[in-house]
Design a protein around this ligand. Sequence first.
Ligand code: MN
Length: 134
Amino acid sequence: MIVRKSGPGWDGVPIDLYKNEPGTWQDVSRHILFSTGNSAFETRCFELAPGGYSSHEKHEHEHCVVVLSGCGKVLLDDQWHLIGPEDVVIVEPWQPHQFAATEGESLRILCIVNRDRDRPVPIENSLAPRPSNH
Ligand code: MN
């Protein structure tokens, strides 16, 4: 089976448009590319619009994130790192993290997680105000 890329998403894959909550996350859409009852993982693609960012959070489950396209940065613990295509970001259990796109370009990331996972715990954004661009 092949899930074909189509326009802004993939054939048959709904696009979840996250409602903006400035200060926590904004301008993020999610595509669930793979999630079945047969495997213990899920593969999702997140698209952060220019200037968009994900929530600052932590949880027990790990993330394996591969940058598909665009540039941005990731906050791991209390340090921002620039990331670009084909970089792999491993978010360890309980590691505080947040992703952000640069102002001029969308950031598209593939994120692989356990299907059964704990709920993220939001982190006060004092460490991570809306990221500025480098
Ligand atoms: Mn997370």
